[in-house]
Design a protein around this ligand. Sequence first.
Ligand code: CP3
Length: 360
Amino acid sequence: MAEAQGGANEGVSGEGRKPLLRALGGEAVWPPPMWLMRQAGRYLPEYREVRAQAGDFIALCTTPNLAAEVTIQPIRRYGMDGAILFSDILMVPWALGQPLRFAEGEGPVLEPVRDAAAIGALQLDRMRERAAPIFETVRLTRAALEAHAPKVALIGFAGSPWTVAAYMVEGHGSRDFHTARGMAYADPQTFGKLIRILVDATTDYLLAQIEAGAEAVMLFDSWAGMLSPGQFRRWVIEPSATIVRNVKRLHPSIPVIGFPRLAGPLIGEYASRTGVNTVAMDTAMDPRFAASAVAPNVGLQGNLDPLALVAGGIALETEARQILAAMRGRPFVFNLGHGIEKVTPTEHVSQLVRLVRSGG
Ligand code: CP3
């Protein structure tokens, strides 16, 4: 089988092609393929075990055999159609040399980058070398999947420049990212310099993942929805479009998924102007609106409320069926509208997998 060849990363066409790659590439596959954002994580007891063994979160992300193991855990347990590389969007700033730690119960903490000197200190030329363990995780995971789960596609990812810059400038998570949004208005020249470095770093980071065996890549723009339409076009759409163009120049058949969270009515413009193959819908997006705003050959992904998955039972069934009904007949990948909650009962995920596999 063509897809069993380790080094060849370009999509394989024809009947044997992986369901997730067919859907991401614009085919209406039914029942739809599925995976869940943050499907490897603290709601899984087997994850908590490996996490304890690794010590801290960055150590887990940079120890290839452990990171590959947690990437595969949800595949083993649920048989998803996609495995997403276990890493974090903040590993790009980390690989550029910005000090980062994940404080227990507090989330990420970075040494803020707010002026030309701090931006100048970022080491784009050392990114690949520092991030090498992450690319090795991709290699190990792809080999394990081909050996044990040959229909499962490996998804690589990065944060989008806007969202990653927001953390880099703010220095930590935030409700509104006032400092970053303020800087984007007050000093667009300096902020633009940071965005340009991130466009180059993210392009190279995704290319290295594809070279190592990632079969699709996703751009997470979790904080896209807090921008004005003008700022959204400038800091979300334009940089994302450049990255998509850069990746496609070298790997035209690798599907790209974009997740412009809370983009609302700008979802159609995001889809057409970035050139992503599939747009991931957040929880608040009406799938019927997305279906009318996004061209029918562009895939949609999403968008079950992670809290419906926590609740389970009839609430979960009702919400999931509504999404499936709205998406039938178009290229679609079932997923959540945001990352899985750590209080999610594992048997609710099994319930959801059964429901989606039955086509609703
Ligand atoms: O989806 C997956 O299973 C792949 C792995 C993945 C993680 N983070 C692992 C992780 C992915 C794709 C991400 C993306 C990510 N990271 C985003 C974009 C998506 C989103 O959720 O909006 C963002 C904004 C981050 C930044 C980040 N990383 C935050 C704010 C936190 C702390 C929040 C928390 O839950 O503690 C992280 C840490 C993190 N990234 C964890 C995991 C499994 C928890 C760390 C732990 O195990 O202690």
